[in-house]
Write a protein that binds this ligand. Structure first.
Ligand SMILES: Cc1cc2nc3c(=O)[nH]c(=O)nc-3n(C[C@H](O)[C@H](O)[C@H](O)COP(=O)(O)OP(=O)(O)OC[C@H]3O[C@@H](n4cnc5c(N)ncnc54)[C@H](O)[C@@H]3O)c2cc1C
Length: 361
């Protein structure tokens, strides 16, 4: 059981700024996201595209904005080394929040699909359009198999599970082709697979021309094998940790079925947001969005606030700037609610020794 003043659901740009604002006001904070990386839409949908309307930042990519937000929130989500990987303390990734249950003393018990349990004095929902979950191939045997992946390793210093083995990348869009390119050209040769296959249902890709040309060149040179076929089923075998896929059964354009043996499968068919569990938590919703007060961003549940793309109110605009404003007001409202006896006058980061101490500057 992890105890905290505030639990932020969603590590998108607004959830990360929410953590910063809560920490600045002296509240302890934990952040949870279903994705294995922070940044929400900025990282899942447009990591390398430019953003031009963040105040004071003439231009930055989705990835750069995420890195800046993580850096800004680092006093409250400090970076730590875990073996060869880098993680942020109090940031729990790859965890889908499932239930939100009120406790007798006005707090909330929050659980995730991978067994984390939080006891939180307050909850801030920064869930965007819902939890980003990877689209599957529609083959039942692949669900939960230990060698089926959906994401690239974020940390270049860590060897991916497919290093030195046969990796099949499934998909024909931007996500699949950019993954093939990144994997084939991994900076450390030891991190590359021994064999790399791109599997798609037809020999037509949906990606920008330069990316497609680069992947076609790899196929032409024989660095990547192209396999055309529709996955029908999978052969699995049991290992200590669970089931592992050994081969995919593919239906070819000629109507024949053949087997594609593999060591690892990376399914890159994109991510789709699912509102999922959130819709059962009992909050007032309007067209899958959470109704909030525009003064405090409180929902209809006590000590539960909603910020960013997930909320709705008259005049709502789904923009980063608006989400950052909402996170600031929600943090101030919660600080007063959780610490009614503490002084509530506004402090500036430029001049306040208290804030400097919290920021460690
Ligand atoms: C292509 C594109 C370009 C854009 N360009 C701009 C721009 O130029 N300027 C601008 O201001 N805005 C832009 N936006 C909008 C901006 O990206 C969003 O307003 C912003 O990402 C919202 O942030 P958020 O943190 O509220 O939600 P999100 O970024 O959606 O993050 C929500 C996070 O919550 C997680 N989550 C949800 N439910 C759960 C759960 N139950 N358990 C665990 N985790 C959960 C999700 O996995 C996700 O990571 C753009 C959007 C798109 C799609």
């Amino acid at each position: 059981m992890i105890h905290t003043d505030a639990l932020v659901i969603g590590a998108g740009p607004v959830g990360l700024f929410q953590a910063f604002q809560l920490g600045l006001l002296g509240l302890s904070v934990e952040v949870v996201d279903a994705l294995p990386f922070a940044g929400g839409q900025c990282m899942a949908l447009y990591p390398d595209k430019p953003i031009y309307d963040v105040p004071g930042v003439p231009v930055c990519t989705g990835r750069e904005l995420t890195q800046s937000l993580l850096q800004q929130a680092a006093p409250f989500l400090p970076r730590a080394d875990a073996g060869s990987a880098h993680v942020h303390q109090h940031l729990h990734l790859g965890q889908l929040v499932q239930s939100l249950t009120a406790t007798a003393d006005g707090a909330w018990t929050v659980t995730t699909d991978r067994g984390l349990v939080f006891q939180a004095q307050s909850v801030l929902i920064a869930a965007g359009a819902g939890a980003f979950l990877p689209r599957g191939l529609g083959v039942a045997e692949l669900d939960g198999a230990i060698n089926v992946h959906h994401h690239l390793t974020e940390d270049d210093s860590v060897a991916p599970p497919w290093a030195g083995q046969h990796l099949v990348v499934a998909g024909g869009g931007e996500e699949a082709l950019s993954a093939v390119l990144a994997i084939a050209q991994a900076a450390q040769p030891a991190h590359r697979p021994s064999r790399l296959t791109l599997l798609h249902r037809r020999d037509v890709f949906q990606a920008d021309a330069a990316l497609e040309a680069a992947v076609r060149e790899l196929i032409h040179r024989g660095s990547v094998q192209l396999e055309i076929g529709l996955p029908q089923s999978a052969e699995c075998h049991s290992v200590t940790e669970g089931d592992a896929v050994q081969a995919l059964s593919l239906l070819g354009a000629d109507g024949q079925t053949r087997s594609l043996p593999l060591d690892h499968l990376l399914v890159r068919l994109g991510l789709s947001p699912k509102l999922g569990p959130l819709s059962t938590w009992g909050m007032a919703l309007e067209r899958k969005q959470v109704n909030v007060s525009t003064a405090t961003f409180a929902t209809s549940l006590p000590r539960v606030h909603a910020v960013g793309d997930i909320n709705t109110y008259p005049g709502k605009k789904r923009l980063l700037l608006c989400g950052f404003h909402e996170a600031t007001l929600a943090a101030h409202a919660l600080a007063v609610e959780l610490r009614p006896d503490a002084p509530s006058h506004l402090l500036y980061t430029t001049t306040s020794p208290v804030l400097h101490q919290r920021l460690g500057v």
